[in-house]
Design a protein around this ligand. Structure first.
Ligand code: ADE
Length: 418
């Protein structure tokens, strides 16, 4: 079995953490029981490019229980938990190619290694594996069933590929399932982003002016939780509907240029580049903390920040403090990479349970249906979304009402009106 990890001796600690996460992942446990009996992935090779977290570790175990041959590589060099990687190799006999802090070339070597196993299915968080398969490894495509995608940014990328006529496989947009974005993006990103900022800086959020850039599901979650901590929250947004939604949710909506000089903390969650551009950096006040929770490290123009700085120093672990002309020090967290995964542990297990149930069921759906699925981006079928929600409610021991026969008839008839 091939693998490339930092230190196999970390395996015991990794196992302890995966087991701890599993306590909160009741939906995956239910799927694992069924998969062990039915073996839906027998003979199926799955290569996953995900954040190597305890929760991802649990998903890999569940796919393997279903008969899959699994290979895992990292979707971000700073989110890899080396102990989890070690445990998957040592205890679960899963090929892992991931090291915390991997260089760019190492990172791409790991992606290539994941494709070298000739996967039938790729499972992405950011569409890196699928994009690589479509560019440098096209010969792999005909043997593939398709792919599944975890995140908003990945879906945007896939839709661009689709519009270009470049996408040659069916892809299941797990992110677009209701049981994914309504919970993971909102409550997961909301909590883990503040968790990352607090662990990195230990600043008090109460009374601070926090600017949240982007009011998608992730931005909504971050803004909501920052308000809950007592911050004055301002939202910046380019989409008028979302901007209006933020206004009606009670947030101040204001252009970044205007709000930048009074921001104590700016958090980017837009999925776009240069949100904190050189022009914005020039306007920031002394001591401002800037952090990104969007998938790629493009939202803060780190290159310009470095160029403008007279010097920089490590303010703390995960904080690089840049001294700019005019005696202003700007504090950049986790190199502009996902602060929730680099300075904290990503989304909590309970919310990853529903997201990763979506991944497991999307992979099973591809195995069953790939022969008839057209190239392009597909949603996870509603029935699977409903199944995930029902399983989560059961695992939380929450009961809810169901329609009576009379109510079903009422909903299906158009004759009864005023
Ligand atoms: N994305 C955000 N949080 C995550 C986690 N805990 N595991 C895997 N992917 C994630």
């Amino acid at each position: 079995m091939k693998y490339d990890i930092k230190n196999i001796k970390l395996a015991e600690e990794g196992r302890r953490k995966i087991n701890w996460a599993a306590r909160e992942m009741g939906v995956l446990a239910t799927l694992e029981t069924r998969f062990k009996k039915q073996k839906p992935f027998l003979g199926v090779r799955i290569s996953a490019c995900l954040h190597v977290s305890t929760e991802t570790g649990r998903l890999m175990q569940v796919l393997k229980a279903g008969g899959a041959q699994v290979v895992l590589c990292a979707s971000n060099p700073l989110s890899t938990k080396d102990d989890v990687a070690a445990s998957l190799v040592a205890h679960d006999k899963i090929s892992v190619f991931a090291r915390h802090g991997a260089s760019r070339s190492q990172f791409y070597r790991h992606l290539t290694a994941a494709l070298d196993s000739k996967p039938h299915i790729t499972m992405d968080d950011g569409a890196d594996l699928l994009a690589l398969a479509h560019t440098k490894y096209r010969e792999r495509i005909p043997a593939m069933y398709g792919s599944t995608e975890e995140t908003t940014t990945g879906i945007i990328r896939l839709r661009a590929m689709e519009a270009d006529g470049a996408l040659k496989l069916p892809v299941i947009a797990v992110n677009d399932a209701q049981t994914k974005h309504l919970f993971d993006n909102r409550y997961g990103t909301g909590q883990s982003t503040l968790d990352g900022i607090i662990r990195a800086t230990n600043v008090l959020l109460a009374g601070k002016t926090v600017v949240v850039a982007g009011y998608g599901w992730c931005g909504k979650g971050v803004a909501m939780r920052a308000r809950g901590m007592g911050s004055h929250v301002a939202v910046t947004e380019i989409d008028p509907v979302r901007a209006l939604e933020a206004v009606m949710d009670g947030f101040t909506v204001v252009p970044m240029k205007t709000v930048a000089p009074r921001a104590d903390i700016i958090i980017t969650v837009t999925g776009n580049c240069e949100v904190i551009s050189a022009a914005i950096i020039k306007r920031l006040k002394d001591g401002c903390i800037i952090a990104n929770s969007g998938h790629f490290d493009v939202e803060i123009d780190v290159a310009s920040l470095k160029k403008m700085a007279k010097k920089s120093f490590a303010g703390r672990e995960h904080v690089e403090s840049y001294v700019l002309p005019g005696a202003r020090t700007i504090n950049l967290l986790t190199e502009g990479r996902l602060v929730n995964l680099a300075a904290a542990e990503g989304h909590p297990s309970s919310v990853m349970d529903t997201s990763f149930a979506g991944q497991a069921l999307a992979a099973e759906y591809l195995v069953k249906n790939y022969k008839t699925l057209a190239q392009g981006v597909h949603g996870l079928p509603d029935v699977l979304d409903q199944t995930i929600a029902s399983l989560k409610l059961s695992s939380l021991r929450v009961k809810h009402d169901i329609l009576t026969g009379r109510q079903k008839n009422y909903l299906n008839s158009w004759g009864e009106g005023t």
